[in-house]
Design a protein around this ligand. Sequence first.
Ligand SMILES: Nc1ncnc2c1ncn2[C@@H]1O[C@H](COP(=O)(O)OP(=O)(O)OP(=O)(O)O)[C@@H](O)[C@H]1O
Ligand SMILES: [Zn+2]
Length: 745
Amino acid sequence: MSSTNFTPRYLKVALSVPMRRLFDYRLPEGESATDWPAGIRVKVPFGKSHRIGLLVEHASSTEWQPEQVKPAQQRLDDQPLLPESLWQLSLWSAKYYQHALGDALLSTLPTKLREGGALSAGNIRQWRLTAAGQQTTPACLSRAKAQQHLLSLFQQEQALTDNAIAEQAGSRSALLAMEKKALIEAFSIASGDAKWGEKLQISSDTPVLNKEQAAAVAAIRGSQQQFQPFLLEGVTGSGKTEVYLQAMAPVLEAGKQVLMLVPEIGLTPQTLSRFQKRFNCPIAMLHSGLNDTERLDAWLQARDNRAGIVIGTRSAIFTPCHQLGMIIVDEEHDMSLKQQEGYRYHARDLAVARSQKEQLPLLLGSATPSLETLQNALHGRYQHLQLRSRAGNAQAVKHQLLDIKGRPLDQGFSPELLGLIKQHLHNDGQVLVFLNRRGYAPSLICHECGYLEECRRCDAYYTLHQRTGLLQCHHCGSQKPVPHQCPECGSTRLLGRGVGTEQLEQALQRHFPEHPCIRIDRDSTRRKGALDAFLGQIKRGEAKLLLGTQMLAKGHHFPEVTLVVIMDVDGALFSADFRAPERLGQLITQVAGRAGRAGKQGTLVMQTHHPEHILLQDLLQNGYGHFARTALSERKQAQLPPFRHLALFRAESHRSEDAEAFLMQLSALLQQKLIESAIELGAVLGPMPAPMERKAGRFRWQLLLESAERKTLHQWLHGILVQAEKLPISRKIRWSLDIDPQDLS
Ligand SMILES: Nc1ncnc2c1ncn2[C@@H]1O[C@H](COP(=O)(O)OP(=O)(O)OP(=O)(O)O)[C@@H](O)[C@H]1O
Ligand SMILES: [Zn+2]
């Protein structure tokens, strides 16, 4: 069609429905298409009600009967919501991940906008100290502990929202009491500050960089305003964050914003305060703890340039920025950067795409880079910056494998291990005990007949939670009271088999009653603000024994920890997943990295039945860097990612045959296309049952596609999903496609 006879009469609108198509509407009578640019939100009739969608493009014709096409009701924006480059990235991403466009575009917007709300978060109420409050010392409030705590928060933070108060102080009565005494007052302003660039001040209180840090900062500073990815591979505690801070400074000074992605558990008040201490500009935070208004507010702060720094988890990669100057992805190897359901994008990979589109330097940082990123760095696609030693006067961690074969274990602890813990506590060090299994015991067994309580809906055992008296399935969430008798033989001798964090806590308290123990896992931190409160207690040295899952063991800076214990590495040594060694290497290195981060020597101890295992030996003797390079060459030999590219179809159904049959039909379509389009170097594996075959009552099957070329894979998949949707059996099951899958379970 030539542009001369293009009359934009129709609007192609993306709606948040799981259908892989756009919906046609008529441009309302008397409206001009120029007032309806692509990228604005529109309200359109849908069924008996209406919906909010995004206008994707104009069209001069429609495949429907023109009289069937209804006019759009209203436009909600004058201007496109997103800057052009981010809009293009969003369209590209939906296509790359083969996700329904409407869902992809809308699911990454703040809920309020998705629901048609105004482009303003309104003014958010905040609290600050009055003149009288500023003269009050904590001692004056010594008889009201909660108020005293709140006062100290205000002294640190200057202004707090209701939400921040609820989170950090817990009690609302303290707030009201202090308001009554006129120590604090409410005020409200639009958050952030559009003039941050002019007011920017950078604290000069910075450590002197060591040689490698200085070289890294210089390299990054030398690559502004162009697409240049860097891998900053720095051992734990090597001062990567310091490199980020110093590399960001000139970007902010030039009035440009910095977007930083962090794993969910990395977003602590400590992280935030490090940035606040360095730069006085407003920081917009986007994470799962925000309510809808706060999220919209943070999003708008970034978009309207009322924040210089934007820090967020995965989905923050879709945050519009007024003038972006740099993207940082901290812990770039972290699994949480990949969305595992619905729109299965990888935020790190999108960060690469975004930096390229917007011509930005990109900093990927990790002590344990993913093999994908490492390969890009080794191949020269990314500039490789390395920090090989720890910053300041911190020393490398010493390590020791404890062979527990045949040793007596007391609730998981060998006598040698208990001795070591005792010694470190005696020398006034903090001890961190890591076990990635919450609950009391991972299963409940009958001591008479061996019967194991299994979840009715999953191929999994129930976890025993003694404190709540419940059996819980960690896969589908179902729970029930702990039975008194074995349903098979009637015996009452039911025992927990194996250990979880709850049991370790009990054992530690029994062995070291004089030392309070802090346990951090999903159970103990359910209450809002609980995690931050625990982390604060640890920093202040209020507990010497720390125990937890990865929530405790990744990313934190606890200077007093001298001993880190990994209770059990055996489970991961023999996993069938080809990524298991990489994940284990990352986990051990990250957990070990919590030890000896300040002046004191750190030690890592691991309990295992397989001290001679080649993975452990390589990791401990040669470090993650060497370990990862070995793993890469093995992947190359075995023709696995990053040397091959994968796409995974999943299907699940209450009837196993249906899921399998769907994938069989899909496989036939794919094979046929392979022949028709003469695509070389592609292979279909399966259908095969998923490693966990039954979950939440559904049978799960997989079909894996692999190809030597990313491009080939996408060519191959092109159009297949529309065909798959048309298969009658697809309506009986649930199915999805995962591009570049991270988790094959
Ligand atoms: N050049 C330096 N001189 C002295 N101390 C430094 C220097 N650089 C960083 N530090 C300090 O060393 C500690 C560890 O630094 P940082 O948290 O940046 O490390 P990291 O590499 O991000 O750690 P991890 O990957 O283990 O989380 C911090 O307390 C930091 O202030
Ligand atoms: Zn279950």
